[in-house]
Design a protein around this ligand. Structure first.
Ligand SMILES: CC(C)(COP(=O)(O)OP(=O)(O)OC[C@H]1O[C@@H](n2cnc3c(N)ncnc32)[C@H](O)[C@@H]1OP(=O)(O)O)[C@@H](O)C(=O)NCCC(=O)NCCS
Length: 165
């Protein structure tokens, strides 16, 4: 069955919470935090679903006067990893950022998070900085960035995913 990427809303919070617990353990957002993030107009949330099952979630926000966007969280159910859902959800989030006037997108990932860094690299991000001791356990973070130009609107067909509003 095909995967569909579409906006996520308050009705998805329990499923997102379950997914985030699977992917981030104790670091997962609580339901109340998710609800708060969803009520902010500068935040964007998308989900990947297969049938009725939520298998992926991505969120981010536009800040600093509206030009700069940040990816906050991306998670794919471990059973569904490696099927380009991370790459496709990030492409969809980028489209929303671009449509809302952002000119660049940034994200940070643990230096050891090869999957997360591969997803951003595949979407055209480049590493621009390393922040030592960024995480509580002492691990460094890698800051990645991508410029959002109008030409980015021309989507790579191989990344196209059907979207149902
Ligand atoms: C990071 C994550 C979202 C990737 O999702 P995904 O749908 O499996 O990724 P994709 O299928 O789109 O893969 C894209 C790239 O990641 C690579 N990748 C996927 N899983 C990987 C893994 N476990 N180890 C190394 N590379 C991996 C793929 O090989 C591909 O790289 P390539 O373009 O060089 O071939 C997913 O692994 C996840 O949810 N991880 C836990 C949560 C997390 O760490 N989120 C990021 C920080 S917020």
């Amino acid at each position: 069955m095909d995967f569909v990427i579409k906006p996520a809303g308050a009705f998805d919070i329990l499923a997102i919470r379950r997914l985030e617990r699977k992917c981030f353990g104790a670091d997962a957002y609580g339901a109340r935090t998710l609800l708060k993030l969803m009520s902010q107009p500068t935040f964007f949330h998308f989900k990947a679903v297969q049938g009725r099952k939520l298998v992926g979630y991505i969120s981010g926000d536009i800040r600093n006067g509206g030009k700069e966007a940040w990816t906050i969280s991306v998670a794919v159910d471990p059973e569904f990893e490696g099927r380009w859902l991370g790459v496709k959800m990030l492409a969809r989030l980028e489209e929303a950022f671009r449509d809302n006037g952002a000119q660049e997108i940034r994200a940070v990932a643990r230096k050891s998070n090869r999957a997360s860094l591969a997803v951003s690299r595949r979407n055209g991000f480049v590493p621009i900085d390393e922040w030592p001791n960024h995480y509580a356990d002492g691990e460094a973070a890698i800051l990645v960035r991508k410029e959002l130009t109008d030409s980015g609107k021309k989507k790579d067909d191989s990344l196209q995913t059907q979207e149902v509003a």
